[in-house]
Structure formats: C-alpha cells, structure tokens
Design a protein. Structure first.
Length: 326
C-alpha cells in the first residue's frame, strides 16, 4: 500500500490515478475533501480510503505500514499571508512524517517547490547541502515553508540522524494539467484562460515592470503534470535513490509562448491583452525560472520531458475540451 497526502489535490490526484492503474485498491489518500469539487479528482479510480489529515499519525499507528508515503499535502498558495497557518499545514506535518518514517523505516518522497529559489538571483541548482540551501531567499511564505523543511532535512542528514528508508525532496516548477480546477487563482494560466481562448476572446497577461523584459516575456519552466508523475513513479521503483531534485521541463518559456500554444491548441488566432501587474505581486514576482535537471539525470532518470506545445495540446484535447478529470 502507498499513502499519498494531498492525494485529492492537483499533483496528488494525478499520482493516485497512475498508482491506481498499477494496483487498484492499494492507494490510500490523506486529504480534506471539503465542499468543493476535489472529490471528482478521485472519482474514476479505486482507492483504499481517505484519511483526514488530523487523523494521519493515529491512522498510521493503528494500520499496517505503507510501503511508501508520498507527501504532497500543503497550502500551495503563494499569496497566503497567514504564516502561522502555513507553518501548521506545511512544516509541522512534514517534520512529523519524517520522524514517523525514520522510526518505522518507511520510504518518504515529499514535495518541495521552485518557490524556494526566490527571484532566481542565486540560480536554480538543486543543491541539497546545508551550504547550498543557505544561499536561497524565497519571496513568499509558501516558498519559505518549503525551504525551511528542505533545510531541516539537510541538517538531519549532516548530523547523521535516523532517516526514512528512502528520502527524496522534489522541487516542482510550474506544473499544469488535469485536475487543477479546484485551485482557483492558483490554477495554471492554461486552465484559467482556456474558455476565453476556445471562444476566440482575448486573454489577459501581466505587463512587465522591468525594462529588460517585454510584456508577456516573463518566463517559467512549465512542466506537464504527467512528467511530474512519471518522476515520482520512477522514484517509487528505485528505492536506492535519495536526495533533492528539480522537477521541470528543463527549459524556460514565456507566458506569451504559453498563450500562443493554447490558441494553437484550440485552433484560434492569438488575442492577447496586457494589464498592469497587481500591487501585491510587485517585488514578489519571479520573472524567470528554469530547472536544471542534471542531478535527476545523474540519478538515473532518463525519460524525456514533454515540450510546451505538446503538453498544452494534450491537456486541451484530452481534458479541457473533453472530460476534464484524469
């Protein structure tokens, strides 16, 4: 059995879908379903059950040990300002799971984030050492929470603390794909702008407030969720691999490129309008991210990443224009 925290969320439900295809009824989800539509992310697949996050540790102590825990549950909003809530949701559960997995020799794969890199001035090297991590300066509380746990893992490893049977942190870059619809403003721009693009209406992107970057030229490493899932499946198949790894496409592309790919996928001429960036994002906005994949490749992961146009095209044709849920 494999336990996936955040398993009803975006990346988590895509992993649950892949695991359920491998072994139906052998995946347990830890998540809060609430009153939104997240249950639909799970509806197609046979799972063993859903555990509320507040009951996770007692549940683990009274049930057979899972083969591995993939810890994806977190508040992922980069605009959340309740830092106490972020700490309680993102940091403390991660530390508790590390300790439990170490005591019981259970494998742990957890989600970090490219938000740990801040403005990118220190580069995007997934150096998991204490010294390498100390150079990074996240721009928001979400990024800080992920960075804090990465640093604790580095310290525990340096100090020779008892560790999980496998421990891997994954710095996800800008993931897009099916099952992200409950995320509201935190959905990918593809999901948010699809209906307008499909109808031939204009789509809106932020203007640049930097003279060296044109409007729409802000760039991200956009990675299709299928690739993120494939990396996690490979790690589950290779328990000897440990470390902190970037998960991205390996190539930065602009938001304009992203929208051109979307318009091409829906068969419409591009219609883009640029608006001023909101005041609450100025000074906290990443203008460039790109995931070096050398460490992941050196660890043995060889599968090619999906190109932007292919990923957007697949997302539109198989999901947004058809059945949106994986």
């Amino acid at each position: 059995m494999i336990l996936v925290t955040g398993g009803a969320g975006f990346i988590g439900s895509n992993l649950v879908a892949a695991l359920a295809e491998r072994q139906p009824g052998r995946v347990v989800v830890c998540d809060t379903l609430g009153r939104d539509e997240r249950w639909r992310n799970l509806a197609k697949h046979e799972i063993a059950g859903v555990v509320p996050p507040n009951d996770l540790l007692p549940w683990l102590n009274r049930n057979p040990r899972p083969r591995a825990i993939v810890h994806l549950g977190a508040i992922s909003s980069t605009t959340e300002t309740d830092v106490d809530l972020i700490y309680r949701s993102n940091v403390q559960p991660s530390m508790d799971l590390w300790s439990w997995c170490a005591r019981h020799e259970v494998r742990l794969i957890y989600a970090s984030s490219a938000a740990t890199y801040g403005d990118g001035s220190q580069g995007f090297d997934d150096d998991g050492s204490i010294e390498g991590l100390a150079r990074l300066r996240p721009l928001n509380a979400y990024g800080w929470s992920k960075h804090l746990f990465d640093r604790r893992v580095a310290r525990w490893n340096r100090d020779g603390e008892r560790r999980p049977a496998q421990c891997v942190g994954l710095k996800f870059f800008n993931v897009y794909g099916p099952n992200e619809y409950h995320k509201g403003e935190m959905q990918s721009v593809v999901a948010k702008r699809y209906a307008d693009a499909a109808a031939g209406r204009e789509v809106v992107l932020f203007k640049s407030d930097r003279p060296d970057v044109p409007d729409g030229g802000q760039s991200r490493d956009f990675v299709y969720v299928r690739d993120a899932v494939d990396v996690m499946l490979w790690l589950l198949d290779n328990p000897q691999v440990n470390g902190l790894f970037n998960v991205g496409s390996g190539q930065a592309r602009s938001f304009q490129d992203l929208m051109l790919a979307l318009f091409a996928a829906v068969g419409r001429n591009a219609n883009i309008r640029y608006v001023d960036m909101p005041a609450n994002l100025k000074g906290k906005y990443q203008y460039f991210t790109e995931a070096p994949l050398a460490r992941l490749r050196a660890a043995g992961y060889a599968k090619p990443m999906t190109g932007l146009e292919d990923g957007v095209g697949d997302y539109v044709r198989r999901y947004l224009a058809a059945d949106p849920y994986r």
